[in-house]
Design a protein around this ligand. Structure first.
Ligand SMILES: Cc1cc2nc3c(=O)[nH]c(=O)nc-3n(C[C@H](O)[C@H](O)[C@H](O)COP(=O)(O)OP(=O)(O)OC[C@H]3O[C@@H](n4cnc5c(N)ncnc54)[C@H](O)[C@@H]3O)c2cc1C
Length: 564
């Protein structure tokens, strides 16, 4: 990329294609520039937002409404006549959307900002400073009215928070009837209404920084349609909203507590914001915090995404580890999709191996006949051009025929059907080295049929005792249903979930900070990139954060004075 001491006036629009909106303005460089400045700017805005999911959309709207000229960069390509499906309905989306446009669309508002701030502080185990929690909570207390101003129809339902021992104050849950597809479609409409430029297929690749003052002056990006490198000037600030690192295998291997951990969502979230922020001096937080549990994932499936598992239509099933042994209450409070992950990190140093990766869901014909094992969330709501996962059949028959589900006439037969699987084949090269010495090269499943039979018999005994009682793990009596209707089935389950939480440290103004807590001038963030969720996640907290910290970051970015 051209850098140097250019002194000429440059007005370059050659990198625009017809798929991109018009340039908002171009740089006029008339004086000697510093070596860290590009020779020319291709686009200029007051505030450049990087990433067009919920976090980016709200930051863009808020910066615009605070008087800034805003430009948004989005990595994913344009798709003609794009719609997302949710619940049988379709929602028009101009582009991007990230995890936001395929999520459940759950969010919440609180009555008492102070109680919510304290709860968030506790849930982060003190890793998110109280003033950062308080800033979030103060905005959240007014979220219903903000949603109204954005034409987002929410119907708050009062109830307790997830964690019964942590006082969240009055918690008003709001779920979009059309899920994240509807939510993002409505945010997108607000962005369009304001004529905010969104450049699709234009990933940011780096931040342009004054090395003396640490100020962020602009963004390097690539136009994927033309392969042109672009320099985009941010007169006031940059807001990083690039989502998490759900699809960056090396980051997951290094940062998450269990590997592999798979995700249900947007394949373009590859931790780019983490790399860019680290290069300009940002510290990281919450890198090992993740909302995840167990889901089916098929290594040979062309889509890297996992299939979202909630709960099947019947309860005659259990989870067992790689050796056929049950290890936890499969129905723990609170909602297991987000908080089961800590159970999956058990590691046997004598082998060495993660004993519960993969786990197996063992179930009977009643569960098999009770409908799809997975819910229609995640990437399969998207058009194929954005990496859709093939849909899971409503009666699980397609997956059985493909060999994704194993079966046996007896539990012992089922163990034999599972055995021999080499579940780690094809995953991260560090685990399967070419010379066959990687830590996972030799791992194959070998469940003793007698052990699995004993596990199921013991569980069934808890179900049929009077009253039903799980003496090992305390599974609720309501869900103690025996596994007894042959044939029997198993599906490999992997650590999986909606999203990661880690990324650059954020302060109460939404600024990105160094590990010492100093704000990097003119750099802000929002969303799951460096989320405030630090240890325990509370459901609907990510979308709520996008909507709250998006207002904070967007307004503060717009309030900066121009550097040129
Ligand atoms: C199936 C599912 C269900 C969920 N349900 C809920 C729920 O009900 N409630 C809740 O609170 N949370 C839920 N979540 C989590 C929530 O959706 C996300 O945490 C939230 O949407 C994150 O918003 P974001 O804007 O930070 O990231 P995203 O929405 O993922 O947006 C990030 C954007 O940045 C873009 N990008 C990435 N790299 C670059 C780059 N280099 N340059 C430019 N652009 C880039 C991406 O393409 C993407 O469009 C769910 C997630 C999933 C997958």
């Amino acid at each position: 990329m051209a850098r140097g001491n250019a002194t000429t006036t440059t007005t370059d629009t050659s990198t625009q294609t017809t798929t991109l909106p018009a340039v908002t303005s171009t740089l006029t460089q008339t004086t000697t520039v510093q070596p860290w400045l590009p020779a020319k700017w291709d686009y200029t805005a007051d505030v450049v937002v990087v990433g067009y999911g919920g976090a980016g959309a709200v930051a863009a709207i808020s910066a615009h409404d605070a008087g800034a000229n805003v430009l948004v960069l989005e990595k994913s390509p344009p798709v003609a006549n794009r719609v997302n499906t949710y619940g049988g309905n379709t929602y028009a989306i101009s582009g991007g959307g990230g995890n936001t446009c395929i999520c459940g669309g759950g969010l919440w508002s609180c009555d008492s900002a102070d109680s919510f701030a304290q709860a968030l502080y506790q849930l982060s185990w003190g890793s998110t400073p109280l003033d950062v929690c308080q800033a979030f909570a103060n905005v959240d207390a007014n979220l219903v009215s903000w949603c109204g101003s954005m034409n987002i129809p929410v119907s708050p339902t009062e109830g307790p928070g997830w964690y019964t021992n942590i006082d969240t104050g009055t918690y008003k849950s709001m779920i979009m009837p059309g899920g994240g597809a509807q939510l993002f479609s409505l945010l997108d409409a607000q962005v369009q209404k304001r004529n905010i430029t969104v450049m699709l297929g234009t990933p940011a690749t780096g931040l342009i920084q004054n090395p003396t003052t640490m100020e962020i002056l602009g963004v390097e990006a690539t136009n994927l349609a033309t392969n042109a490198a672009l320099n985009i000037k941010a007169n006031k600030a940059v807001v990083l909203c690039t989502g998490g690192f759900e699809f960056n295998e090396t980051m997951k291997l290094n940062y998450l507590k269990a590997y592999p951990t798979n995700f249900w969502g947007w394949n373009y979230n590859t931790g780019d914001g983490i790399t860019m922020a680290a290069k300009v001096g940002a510290g990281m937080w919450h890198m090992n915090c993740v909302s995840a549990a167990l889901s089916p994932w098929i290594p040979s499936n062309p889509s890297p995404s996992s299939y979202p598992f909630l709960y099947p239509g019947a309860s005659s099933w259990i989870w067992v580890n790689k050796h056929g042994v049950r290890y936890a209450n499969e129905y723990p409070p609170p909602l297991a999709i987000d908080t089961f992950y800590p159970y999956l990190t058990d590691f046997d140093t004598s082998v060495p191996e993660y004993t519960r990766i993969p786990s197996f869901m063992i179930f009977d014909s009643t569960v098999m006949q009770a409908g799809a094992l997975v819910v229609p969330w995640g990437v399969h709501q998207l058009p194929a051009a954005l990496g859709s996962n093939p849909t899971w059949s409503s009666d699980n028959s397609t997956e059985l025929a493909k060999g994704w589900i194993q079966t046996g006439a007896t539990i012992a037969d089922l163990a034999s059907a599972i055995n021999g699987l080499s579940p780690f084949a094809g995953i991260h090269p560090s685990l399967n080295s070419s010379n066959n010495t990687g830590p996972a090269n030799s791992i194959a499943i070998d469940i003793d049929p007698n052990v699995l039979t004993e596990t199921v018999n013991t569980y069934n005994g808890y179900c049929t005792s009077s009253p039903p009682k799980d003496l090992q793990f305390g599974r609720p009596a309501l869900n103690l249903v025996p596994i007894q209707k042959a044939p029997f089935y198993a599906v490999a389950m992997w650590p999986a979930g909606p999203n990661t939480q880690g990324g650059p440290i954020r302060n109460a103004k939404g600024q990105v900070c160094t590990s010492e807590g100093n704000a990097i001038p003119r750099l802000y963030s929002n969303g799951e990139l460096g989320s405030v969720w630090g240890l325990l996640y509370h459901g609907a907290g990510n979308i709520t954060e996008c909507l709250c910290y998006g207002q904070i970051s967007g307004q503060n970015a717009a309030a900066e004075t121009s550097w040129s």
